[in-house]
Design a protein around this ligand. Sequence first.
Ligand code: EPU
Length: 420
Amino acid sequence: MEKIKIRGRHDLCLKGTVKISGAKNAVLPAIAASLLTKEKVHLQNVPQVKDVFTILTLMKDLGAEYEINDNSLCVQVRKINSYEASYTLVRAMRASILVLGPLLARYGKAMVALPGGCAIGSRPTDLHIHGFEKLGASIDLEHGYIRAESSRLQGTKIEFERKTVGGTENLLMAACLAKGETILKNCAKEPEVVDLCTLLIKMGARIDGVGEDVIRIKGTAELGGASHNIIPDRIESGTFLIAGALAGDSITIKNVRPDHLHTVIEKMKYSGVPITELSTHSLIVSKQENLKAQDITTSPYPGFPTDMQAQFTVLMTQAEGTSIITETIFDRRFSHINELLRLGANIEVSGDKAIVKGKTHLSGAETTATDLRASASLVLAGLIASGETTITEAHHLDRGYENLEKKLISLGADIERIKE
Ligand code: EPU
């Protein structure tokens, strides 16, 4: 088991520059998209995080060859050897379901384990399944697997009942090789969906309406190789912005896309955090003593991202007044609150709301990480809690943050990983 130990201080002063890595949630669908072609797909700005290695293990099982050097990855799937994503891999990472669309489109068959429960809430796959059925696939759910088959998918109109990032990505990829035109309505508009469209267009896909509610895809018989630079991780950027707001003395955050973080930056500025744009791809953030409480409600892009909810909650423990944090995307995404209470935060959970009363003095304690973003929020709280904070189950962090501890240490944090 791995633990993170942080020796925090109220008057911690983080200084320096941090470079944001490529987006985990953009690279996972990009890797799955390489199943759509026999040719090489080159990806740059690839974060070396655990989820990337999990999907690469799955891709290898399916027949992919790959090479990864630093942050550059080359994947080639000359021939598909297997069409199954096992329960072990899907349980380790739900995004494994993203191979379903490409496998079905190129190979005509896919078998992907049903993901089951998750620490942040129930995460069904009905919207993916319904979409594939509309494209003409026959789907059976048996023995804990989704079994999908189709000769050639047939373009059609699909309206998502609710916004789904993974559902939009899966159907988009499948539709690229379907016969005729597919119209997807009520699509997710997250930057990661847009990045996938950019890659698919480079591979030869004919897509209109990128970043809009309605996306039209004219299917083609084949796609080719491409080279693509993955967008910066907006959630890692947001996490460092909060670190800067809690303890920064002019931290520079490089390789960031402020336009992808508009809602988070706006809320932080309303709270009083000084954030300035140094250039189109870098921001400067500093601590501000008299923060004002702000309410947030998570919602699909361009709304406030659910993946920043836990980190923003920590910031609100340091603001004067009461903030109401409403989580509308997932039904159990407050597991970090009990851990924050152990550090001295004053937060009450009622249904889909967390009511944060600030400003509280945090003091170090033993805590347990439950998922990726909850872990990040505990690291942030630990930085400014007086004394020692330990976080067990630290492996959650490695799923989505590249070198988080190293980056924080370079800014002056006292943080270490302990292997037991
Ligand atoms: N949903 C359904 N049916 C479906 C699919 C989704 O009801 O068939 C529901 C989900 O239960 C959820 C909502 O729709 O309540 C949104 O789910 P979505 O499909 O948009 O999420 P996802 O694709 O599974 C991605 C990110 C998550 C991020 C969410 C929301 C990846 C690999 N994961 O998940 O990232 O929270 O979108 O923005 O892109 C993280 O990085 O920590 C993380 C959890």
